[in-house]
Design a protein around this ligand. Structure first.
Ligand code: GUN
Length: 323
């Protein structure tokens, strides 16, 4: 964003911040009357079944937040927990029980599953989730529908990124979008969503040659690699919209100083708490970008808002199918 400085000179004043927390609140407010209408018509609330296996600390926090926000909106939750040592069959049994339960509308199996369940456990468990209840959009049916641009439940983080771009009125059609990261959860589905909106999309990854130069061609640059401050200012075309999907916990003081600087607020927060969050985008990039998402408070809150949205939609669609 350019601003006229005193004396008439034009000076760069830093990127516009894309506020995911505010948009997430607006999405939840729009969902509230739909939840009320569902309860009035169905005689029960929309309901989300969750499976949390093992003790991954990040997953504990995510699942707690998903439950808290669901219940605040009037969505019922049913959390099943399994120890990290549980056999895979028990995870499958829970998914099958949720599939069969008429009063469960959405199913969420928190990733990652414990290593002891086997390398293919996640794929097998996502295979088992009924597509009508697949509020994460991770089942092969949901993924296939997304590839073919057909109606279906869309993964929450990519859907949140699109909501944020639309809310900020960022032009997508005809623009160059570069997505760094090719995960099934974020990079691949987001590339498809951008493609369906007529962006020219490049997906980059750890083997991409000349990554900063490829990224610097982007009008919309998405960082979804899970590496703190990996995307520095030289990856960013001046004025580009930068979407930071990374949520990385920093527990090493030296790393906090190296990324945020010795006099930074982040370092002060680190001294108090012993831990701060960093996105995948270096703070320097904000001086070059036209618009950028903060971490925290950017993409993160939208992931949960989209989960709530998918759950309400699954509940409404299942009820319509039943009638
Ligand atoms: N692990 C990291 N992100 C997600 C997500 O969006 N859904 C689930 N189920 N697990 C995750």
């Amino acid at each position: 964003m350019q601003a006229a400085a005193e004396g008439g000179a034009v000076e760069r004043e830093g990127a516009r911040l894309l506020d995911g927390a505010a948009l997430s609140q607006a999405i939840r407010e729009r969902l509230a009357p739909r939840v009320e209408a569902f309860i009035a018509a169905a005689g029960r609330p929309p309901a989300l079944g969750l499976l949390l296996a093992g003790n991954d600390p990040g997953s504990e926090i995510y699942v707690r937040n998903k439950i808290r926000q669901s219940e605040a909106l009037g969505i019922a939750t049913d959390l099943r927990r399994l120890p990290a040592t549980a056999p895979f069959r028990e995870a499958l049994d829970i998914v099958e029980e949720f599939n069969a339960a008429d009063a469960v509308d959405g199913i969420l199996v928190q990733s990652p599953l414990p290593a002891g369940m086997g390398a293919d456990a996640e794929a097998r468990v996502f295979d088992a989730i009924s597509p009508a209840k697949d509020v994460d959009g991770f089942s092969p049916v949901s993924a296939g529908r997304l590839v073919q641009h057909r109606a279906g439940l869309v993964p929450c983080t990519p859907a949140g990124v699109m909501a944020l771009l639309d809310h900020a009125a960022v032009d997508i059609a005809g623009r160059r979008a570069v997505v760094i990261g090719r995960s099934d959860i974020v990079g691949k589905p987001l590339a498809l969503l951008l493609l369906h909106r007529h962006a020219t999309v490049t997906v980059c990854h750890s083997r991409t040659v000349d990554l900063p130069q490829v990224a610097a061609a982007a009008d919309i640059l998405v960082a979804a690699i899970g590496r703190p401050a990996f995307v520095t200012r030289d990856f960013v075309k001046p004025g580009a919209t930068v979407i930071d999907v990374g949520i990385n916990a920093l527990t090493d003081r030296g790393e906090v100083v190296a990324i945020f600087g010795p006099g930074s607020k982040k370092l002060a927060a680190f001294e108090r708490r012993g831990r701060v969050l960093s996105g995948d985008v270096h703070p320097d990039a904000a001086a070059v970008a036209g618009a950028i998402t903060p971490v925290p408070g950017g993409v993160g809150p939208l992931t949960i808002a989209q989960l709530l949205s998918n759950t309400v939609r699954a509940a409404e669609d299942r009820r319509r199918e039943d009638q």
